[in-house]
Write a protein that binds this ligand. Structure first.
Ligand code: P6P
Length: 338
């Protein structure tokens, strides 16, 4: 039986991969792991809300019950504030970035972007949800508050990225640019334990993942590609929770698509804290991530915190096939009218 390797132990061991690593990134990753355990505890109780009180009401202990995404947001912010390694946060739940003052006078090197509970609308029906995070080195001067430029960085500048999937079990998957590893939470010991070492995405898979309900609102070449997936006898799997759909794609292969629609002409998903971190992970596992202009997601310029992006991500052979399909069938200048 293999020895248990906890997330903490693994992170500390991997710190040696980094020249002159001073332990700050290690500390930050461990703090995110702590926040994930706290969020996991509440997510698992969500189904008991009626027993524990509903949002806005005081629960048995007199605390006001929060919407879970706001709870997750607050816990992640608290953990990162106390870490002393993070000088700023950009969250899906906050319009502006949040500067974090130095702890004990230490100038923190990193900023963190995150979606605290992606897919939270699924909680009420017990569908898996996830936390997505990305870590950048600050670009602004070391002392003083963080600036917007610290967050508007390309995906290629990410130092680390990861997600936590609160599903049938809770798994934390992350990369620091040297491969992808997954850690499953063992609730009996309260530790994330190495369960998926050096994840590699299959070159192709049997699933395509898109909201077929928007089919008539997609551009014609995208509709033709989706027809092609069906012609190729691929099976459609779409959970409507990006972390769940990407996790399945990462482990089993396949392709996930969220193209532009009439409602979301630039795509629905956010570049900074959804597309880039997940693209980093999938690329590190050998996959590919492009937008519907066929450009690499991680090379897209970020102009605003909540910028939306179209995304096609997954097995390398399938993304390449999709790209070739679009190049062959797209009619320059022809777009489905809004
Ligand atoms: P649609 C959840 O709301 C989310 O942000 C992602 O997790 C998910 O992939 C997508 O939106 C689902 O969007 O339009 O298909 O319901």
């Amino acid at each position: 039986m293999n020895r248990i390797i906890t997330l903490d132990e693994f992170i500390i061991k991997k710190q040696k991969d980094f020249d002159f690593a001073s332990g700050e990134l290690t500390g930050l990753l461990r703090d995110i792991g702590v926040a994930a355990k706290i969020v996991n505890r509440e997510v698992n109780k969500a189904g008991l809300v009626n027993i524990l009180g509903t949002e806005g009401e005081a629960n048995a202990s007199g605390d006001t019950v929060q919407k879970l995404d706001m709870y997750a947001n607050d816990k992640l912010i608290d953990c990162l504030k106390n870490s002393g390694e993070c000088c700023g946060i950009a969250s899906e739940e906050n319009e502006d970035f949040i500067p974090i003052p130095p702890v004990a006078g230490k100038d923190a090197k990193y900023v963190v972007v995150f979606d605290p509970l992606d897919g939270s609308s699924n909680i009420d029906v017990n569908v898996s949800v996830g936390t997505i995070f990305g870590i950048y080195r600050r670009k602004s001067k070391a002392s003083g508050p963080c600036e917007l430029q610290d967050f508007l960085q390309k995906g290629t500048d990410l130092v680390a990225a990861g997600y936590v999937l609160y599903g049938t079990s809770t798994i934390l998957v992350y990369t620091t640019g040297r491969g992808v590893n997954g850690f499953t939470l063992d609730p009996t010991i309260g530790e994330f334990c190495l369960s998926h070492r050096d994840i590699k995405i299959p070159n192709r898979g049997n699933y395509y993942s898109v909201n077929q309900g928007y089919y008539l609102k997609f551009d014609v070449e995208m509709r033709r590609y989706i027809d092609h997936c069906s012609d190729m006898n691929l099976r459609m799997r779409y959970i409507g929770s990006m972390v769940s759909d990407i996790h399945r794609t990462l482990l089993q292969g396949g392709i996930f698509l969220y193209p532009n629609t009439r409602k979301y002409p630039k795509g629905k998903l956010r570049l900074l804290y959804e597309c880039n971190p997940l693209a980093f992970i999938v690329e590190q596992a050998g996959g590919k991530a492009i937008n519907t202009n066929l450009e690499r997601i991680m090379e897209q310029d970020a102009h605003e915190l909540h910028q939306r992006e179209t995304i096609v991500i997954g097995s390398p052979e399938m993304v390449d096939e999709m790209k070739a399909f679009i190049e062959r069938y797209s009619i320059p200048g022809y777009k489905v009218e809004g």
